[in-house]
Ligand binder design. Structure first.
Ligand code: AMP
Length: 399
């Protein structure tokens, strides 16, 4: 069964066509600048040449149409007709408390996703546009929704409640939801495999360190805590997001700089994180690592060290939440490619028996254990594969 995985943002659409039985990638690509001048489709059939198609995409329906045309093109397509696309899996951001697992998309489900839009006003409407476009062009193809928040719905009350009046939870759903759930689920399952165990038999800490970043505690295959909260700004210091913060700072800066709450939130979301810590140098860890490599550097070190310290603090906290762990996994752009960050983080974890193998830490590749044989918890690098997880869930629901 071929599953088309769609990840739809407000002006972009990423896709992968995956054979869900063999789990092989058939083609992938990206539509950029939807609704903006200069839109293009970058299409990569597996084993073939990358193709760039520049054409106006006034809306997402046109973008999906271009994706389907590329996939079925007689010259560079990968399927003969749309009949060979058997299901669509949509990556959806916020399912609130309504969705604790993936689901087949129906009219009722669409209404429920709309009701969660208050909690993710930038993401959920864009996701819904993607569903709408696919339904228009493939009305008879079954579709599934896979939520970023669903995996964390197993968190216990003590992990998801904030210390504020309980009525805000009851009235408005103010609680911690967590994100990157598909990635945390994929990586924790793969870690169990690498340990030679079932997910139900192990405790895993997953550090998803990308431009957005979160840590999760996965006990017996279930998320019991995670660092992102009601929105994706809580937790770790990220590329441009501040992470955990004393709420008093918001009022303090607003008064000092004569700014509104909206102004401050923009600063905390877009101008903070390692970008802010580096004095505006970069939100990209590659630039910060280059800076760190220079003699006399202060700025790169400040950003990388502060970032890593926070990751290590969460790992320590989740050791407590789970009473130990079998593996600590690094994933996403920085986690997969950043030996310096992994080193900085693991430097703090010696007390729990963590011992990195420096040679392995500098290796690149798939699914590596980078700790020594003696290391207490194993340290792993596992490239995340959210699209595969979406294809798996879609296949399970549709077959
Ligand atoms: P993601 O959000 O998972 O796509 O991760 C994006 C981030 O990964 C970028 O902002 C980079 O900072 C980081 N990244 C990607 N490649 C490398 C690399 N080779 N070394 C360090 N950081 C990297």
């Amino acid at each position: 069964m071929n599953v088309l995985v769609i990840n739809c943002g407000s002006s972009s659409l990423k896709f992968q066509l995956i054979d869900a039985e063999s789990e092989n990638l058939i083609a992938k690509g990206l539509c950029e600048r939807i609704g903006i001048e200069g839109s293009k489709l970058v299409y990569s059939p597996t084993g073939g040449e990358k193709i760039v198609i520049q054409e106006d995409m006034p809306d997402h329906t046109k973008a999906v149409q271009m994706v389907l045309d590329a996939l079925t093109n007689s010259e560079y397509g990968v399927v003969k007709s749309l009949d060979e696309i058997n299901a669509v899996g949509h990556r959806l951001v916020h399912g609130g408390e309504k969705f604790a697992c993936s689901t087949i998309i129906t009219d009722d489900v669409i209404e429920a996703i709309k009701e969660c839009s208050d909690l993710a006003p930038l993401h959920n409407p864009a996701n819904l546009i993607g569903i709408d476009a696919c339904r228009k062009l493939m009305p008879n193809v079954p579709m599934a929704g896979i939520f970023d928040t669903a995996f964390h719905q197993t968190m216990p009350e003590e992990a998801y409640l904030y210390g504020i009046p309980y009525e805000y939870y009851e009235k408005y759903g103010v609680r911690r939801y967590g994100f990157h759930g598909t990635s945390h689920m994929y990586v924790s399952q793969r870690a169990a495999e690498m340990l030679g165990k079932k997910p139900e038999e192990c405790k895993v800490i997953v550090c998803h360190l990308g431009n957005g970043a979160s840590v999760s505690a996965v006990k017996n295959g279930k998320s019991v805590d995670t660092s992102m909260g009601m929105t994706p700004i809580e937790g770790l210091i990220m590329g441009t997001r501040c992470g955990d913060l004393d709420p008093g700072i918001i009022e303090y800066i607003a008064h000092k700089e004569n700014k509104s709450i909206d102004d401050i939130m923009k600063i905390l979301n877009k101008e903070s994180g390692v970008l802010g810590l580096s004095g505006g140098l970069s939100s990209d860890f590659r630039d910060l690592e280059d800076e760190f490599a220079k003699e006399g550097d202060i700025v790169g070190r400040r950003a990388l060290k502060t970032f890593s310290y926070k990751v290590a603090k969460y790992v320590g906290a989740y050791m407590t939440a789970m009473n130990g762990c079998d593996a600590i996994c690094f994933t996403a752009g920085v986690g997969e490619n950043g030996p310096i960050i992994r080193n900085f983080v693991c430097d703090y974890l010696g007390y729990m028996g963590v011992e990195l193998d420096q040679e392995l830490n500098n290796k690149r590749g798939l699914d590596l254990i980078i700790s020594t044989n003696e290391s207490g918890p194993k340290i792993m690098v596992i490239p995340t594969n959210e699209e595969l997880m979406i294809a798996r869930d879609t296949y399970a629901l549709v077959k």
